[in-house]
Design a protein around this ligand. Structure first.
Ligand SMILES: Cc1cc2nc3c(=O)[nH]c(=O)nc-3n(C[C@H](O)[C@H](O)[C@H](O)COP(=O)(O)OP(=O)(O)OC[C@H]3O[C@@H](n4cnc5c(N)ncnc54)[C@H](O)[C@@H]3O)c2cc1C
Length: 319
């Protein structure tokens, strides 16, 4: 094993993995993380068998100032999640730190018990609440992946200096958007991330299962599904308005009109959103090369255990 990550163990055992987003608050309240984590970690439903398995997910993604809006540090929030029995996947973007700060934070995260790191470019600051901020982008997402692998496997910092002991043993993730243009370029981009050292991939939200299946077809054709675990990103939506917003305002999204109509005519939009998500879980599970799902219920994290229970994905396997 490359790390001591539960997520890695689940995937390596060939089990269908489940990760979900757990967003840090826009304040310094540790309870905001604890409430969500404890809500996911009911001892009665999920944790009876083992004190280390207290969560309804195999990894909780802690976002890094997502949409470039200032939030509690993903590493600090991850340490709180760990204290609640939830294994975090720390997200790290290239927008806000140079290579010195990143390597320092990687060491710090590993020292705090973090075992999974998701390497991203990051949303541009112009979308967030500090549009005048300077961005860094000292290295890009592919270089970040390679840097983490070098620290773990070669026990060296990016400059080549040795990490004499206690190298960070992290399970390395990256993201990919199967829907951004040009379509054929997406698999090439994925291949670069795999080559750099990505162990797992979480995709942008899948609403267009047909296009996702086509992308997976190309992934399988290139044999990439044998080199990296692919988790399909899924977002349950609460309203017709939210879906229309994503279609019109979020770049690189593919949302079929049929889904928009379905949400528009729904008597109970929240229930319809859950039903759509459950149908998609079923559909992506049957696509060759899909190793799990990554739930991103933007601002609706309480729905995560409900969806997983109804999808028959609970309790999570012992590994
Ligand atoms: C699951 C998930 C979680 C996310 N979490 C966060 C978060 O916590 N915080 C946050 O700020 N953002 C987050 N994002 C946003 C993400 O960082 C941005 O959407 C980013 O544009 C894509 O990230 P990436 O790491 O895949 O970028 P990259 O793969 O590095 O690519 C960034 C963009 O630039 C394009 N590109 C890169 N290189 C080239 C090139 N040589 N020529 C042409 N085009 C190029 C890519 O095609 C892509 O569209 C998340 C996205 C996803 C899908």
């Amino acid at each position: 094993m490359k790390s001591d990550s539960r997520l890695e163990k689940v995937l390596a055992a060939g089990k269908f993995a489940v990760t979900a987003e757990l967003g840090p608050p826009q304040n310094a309240d540790p309870e905001a993380i604890r409430k969500k984590a404890v809500g996911w970690a009911s001892a009665h439903r999920f944790g009876g068998a083992s004190p280390t398995l207290r969560s309804c997910v195999d990894g909780a993604n802690i976002t890094d100032n997502q949409t470039a809006i200032v939030r509690m540090s993903s590493i600090a929030a991850a340490a709180i999640a760990i204290s609640c029995g939830v294994e975090p996947v720390v997200q790290m973007v290239c927008r806000d730190r140079n290579r010195i700060a990143m390597q320092s934070d990687i060491l710090g995260a590993a020292a705090l018990g973090v075992k999974n790191l998701l390497c991203l470019s990051g949303d541009h600051q112009k979308f967030g609440n500090h549009p005048q901020a300077a961005n860094v982008f000292d290295i890009d997402s592919v270089q970040l992946i390679a840097m983490v692998r070098k620290m773990r496997d070669e026990k060296r910092f990016l400059c080549g200096d040795p990490i004499k002991e206690h190298e960070p043993r992290l399970f390395i993730g990256a993201v990919e958007n199967p829907f951004a243009d040009p379509f054929e370029y997406r698999v090439l981009r994925l291949a670069k991330k795999v080559e750099a050292g990505a162990d797992f991939i979480q995709t942008q939200c899948v609403f267009d299962v047909e296009k996702f299946a086509r992308w997976m077809g190309l992934v399988v054709k290139e044999g990439l599904h044998k080199k990296v675990y692919i988790l399909a990103g899924l977002t349950p939506v609460r309203s017709h308005k939210a879906l229309v917003y994503m279609k019109n305002e979020v770049a690189g999204m593919s949302i079929p009109d049929e889904l928009i109509r379905r949400m528009e005519s729904a008597g109970e939009p929240k229930e319809e959103g859950v039903k759509i998500c459950l149908e998609m879980i079923e559909q992506v599970r049957n696509i060759e090369g899909v190793a799990g799902i990554h739930l991103m219920p933007i601002g609706w994290e309480s729905i995560t255990p409900v969806i997983l229970e109804r999808a028959g994905l609970l309790p999570r396997p012992e590994v």
